[in-house]
Ligand binder design. Sequence first.
Ligand SMILES: [Zn+2]
Length: 409
Amino acid sequence: MRRSNLSLVLRHVSEYGPRSRSVVAMETGLNKTTVTSLVSELQARGLLKEIGPQHAGAVGRPGLALALDGSGVGALGLEVNVDYIAAFATDLGGRVLIDRRVSFDAMGCDSDRSLMELARVIGEAMAELDLLEVRVAGITVAVPGLVDTATGTVDVAPNLGWYGVPVAEWLVRAGVPPTVPISVDNDANLAALAEFTGGVASGTSDLVYLTGEVGIGGGVISGGRLLSGADGFAGEVGHVMVDPSGERCGCGRIGCWETKVGLAALVRMATPDHAYGMHDGVMRDPEERLAEIELRWAAGDPRVDLAIGEVGRWLGRGSATLVNLFNPRVIVIGGYFAKLADRLIPVAQAELKRLGVEGSVARCDFVASDLGFGAASRGAAGIVTERVLSNPTAIDVRLAAPAPEKERE
Ligand SMILES: [Zn+2]
């Protein structure tokens, strides 16, 4: 009961902005004494602060306004993908503290090596946050695959070659402090949440997000909620079979959608001399691969034009199925799709119109994400913030106190 009331007060101030204790009491329906006690606890946990007098109405004594503090509480999100690891951190108020991507060939090495690199990126980020005097309230790792979220284990991530990898357990052994909760989740679901809460289609209660990476994942927001399925595995759109006589996918099956629209497919068609899997000793970030494709397109290489047209058509074909199934208002295309959106969207939209159920497609548009590669790391940090708002008691009061060593200095 107390925990949910703490959450109610914290969320209220977070959503509606600074207000006095009596206003909070009035608006939440809690009594004034309860609010005073809850606020003291939230202050002790470093989540709320007093910022000065605020008039509650025309009459009466002004109360001290409470505001979300949280500048000392951080949320850290990571994303492991085929060719990079992304890190994104905010404080509880949403101020961005870290936003970066490190090139890394996860496809070319085993899971232990990838996890070592992930642990290194986490260690670096935590050291930076420590310098900013920000305590990390939690870490969420986004992975392109099926995740057992209860244990933080990746069941299978075909493009990373991960099968039964206990990511959370591994990171604790690698030195992430046991006081910092670690969770692991699917990248497309986290990116869809990031789009829903702060992207181009933010607030659209029915949207589909597509990750334009080597793998294609889907996150479906339906009626304002993330569609997760019985095991949290919903949205594996990249492995829907679209061409029974197509190519073999990273998952082992034939003709999956991502063999038609994944970044590896585009690269193979547009720049066959630099296809994925040709280990020529050069690790290319997706941005570099796209820069090269743009360069060749500008130089008039006909293969590039054909390749982008082909991806656009298959993007529309697969999306027609999604529109028929989920009736979204918007299909947000992320990752590399967003970078090529000007040329992909007209082709995809025409194909969607041709193949989807009329009423649904007439009211559904493709929109390019502006969150860039690493949208999932942003969603991952968002989940950590959401957990703190839902359960403020997860923030250790002892940690909120100033560090004694620093006081002595
Ligand atoms: Zn597949």
